[in-house]
Design a protein around this ligand. Sequence first.
Ligand SMILES: [Zn+2]
Length: 97
Amino acid sequence: MSDTCLNCGMPVEGKYCSNCGQSTEEHTINFHFLWHDVQHGLFHFDKGILFTVKELFTRPGHSIREYIRGKRVQYFKPVSLVLILAAVYAFYFITST
Ligand SMILES: [Zn+2]
């Protein structure tokens, strides 16, 4: 962890740069890092989708109200979720017929 942001050079306190938002954690580029990058870049699956699907099945009103009121960090983004579920359904529909 560095005292200055490696992206913009601003002084940093905490886990993220308050200027550009880059994480202050420096990861070595290895297989784990690359796999995480693929997950994050292509699917944004690193957190939220399973939690969001579980919440939508078990407490749909509660989770939607929480999201609307601003508690969004733990939830998957709704438009991305709809697109992924549509792609899963399309894949299922194509392969089952
Ligand atoms: Zn920065």
